[in-house]
Design a protein around this ligand. Structure first.
Ligand code: NAP
Length: 328
């Protein structure tokens, strides 16, 4: 097997693998808040921030527009800007960044071993802040037309649907946010929801109800996405009460049906709930492996807010700091 490069520092003339106090995996609000706290505790954290379209990920906030409920910003703040500021704040205190995806972890050895971008990295403690990704419908046509009219990111792809008709699937805050955002471009937005009641918060519901470009199809599921030549032409709907099927012509389909935690890397090494979320010893952030902590959407199936993710990131850094102090 070829020798992998290591995250090295130079001692005298010899390069030796550097063992970090803390490696943070993930760079959303959880990972970056953990980085701020760990850096301010002089732990010199390395943040392996992941790659997205050639740059650092910054997580789901980089795919959103206005964040209106993050405390401290009276007029709201753009998601990517909030991430940029958190990143710079942690850097100011000594956090370092590696823009790579972690491909492999070994949490059975001490120090812990991670492989990212073909290099080995070692750490006495690891904070997992890998977040979650959008759930897919898993219906015919979805995979084939993904990126060709099917999307899970209105901020990224809404622009392509100027004066078009788009369908948004889901009934939560994300669906309302996507639908409302899409009316900046689309002439008509149809929200398809599987029940007759939305899950979204009242304020987001009301905003969508008031928007005359948004209409609702209740009690319906999308059973198939239709289209050819790299273009969506419609969806097949099924009424959940009568079972009746119908076709709805549209030019794009945006999915907003929740998320799946990015925890596959740790399966078999850490305790994971059946729905994929990492198990932590509440109210702390410790996983079943001493020295490994989890925060943010990777361990939170309930709140999943930027501010709650940031809160758990802070807790994870403080837990790691205590763990390291006890090691000494
Ligand atoms: P969510 O609240 O879990 O809502 C997912 C929606 O998708 C639900 O309405 C669900 O239907 C529907 N759904 C799930 N699987 C489906 C399937 N296979 N087919 C059809 N429909 C399906 O997820 P979310 O909207 O992404 O929100 C996640 C969290 O982020 C929430 O805590 C939310 O408050 C927060 N958030 C906040 C903001 C904001 O405040 N600006 C914006 C976005 C998200 P049921 O209702 O029938 O279960």
């Amino acid at each position: 097997m070829p020798q992998r490069n290591a995250d090295t520092s130079r001692t005298g003339t010899q390069a030796v693998p550097q063992t970090r106090d803390v490696i943070i995996v993930g760079s959303g609000p959880a990972g970056l808040t953990a980085a701020v706290y760990a850096a301010r505790a002089n732990l010199e954290p390395l943040v392996i921030e992941g790659i997205q379209a050639g740059g650092p990920t910054g997580g789901q906030l980089t795919l959103t527009t206005d964040v209106e409920n993050y405390p401290g910003f009276v007029d709201g703040i753009i998601g990517p800007e909030l991430i940029r500021q958190m990143r710079a704040q942690a850097e100011r205190f000594g956090a370092q960044y590696l823009t790579e995806d972690v491909d492999e972890v070994d949490l059975t050895v001490r120090p812990f071993r991670l492989i990212a971008g073909g290099r080995e990295h070692f750490a006495h403690s690891v904070i997992i802040a890998t977040g979650a990704r959008p759930r897919r419908l898993e219906v015919p046509g979805e995979r084939r037309l993904w990126g060709a009219g099917v999307s899970a990111c209105a901020t990224c792809d809404g622009f392509f649907f100027r004066d078009r008709h788009v369908v948004v699937v889901g009934g939560g805050d994300s669906a309302m946010e996507e639908a409302t955002f899409l009316t900046k471009f689309a002439s008509r937005v149809t929200v398809v929801h599987r029940r007759d009641e939305l899950r979204a918060s009242k304020i987001m519901q009301e905003r969508a109800f008031k928007n005359d470009r948004i209409e609702f199809v209740w009690n319906a599921t999308v059973e198939e996405i239709l289209g050819s030549d790299g273009m969506v032409s419609g969806v097949v709907l099924q009424d959940t009460k009568t079972g009746e099927r119908s076709e709805l012509a549209c030019d794009g389909v945006f999915l907003a049906i929740g998320h799946i935690p990015n925890t596959h890397l740790f399966e078999g090494q850490l305790d994971v709930e059946p729905n994929g979320y990492l198990v932590v010893k509440e109210p702390g952030t410790a996983t079943n492996v001493p020295g490994v902590f989890a925060c943010g959407d990777a361990m939170d199936p309930i709140y999943r807010q930027a501010v709650t993710a940031a809160g758990t990131g802070c807790r994870a850094a403080m837990d790691a700091e205590r763990f390291l102090a006890a090691l000494e």
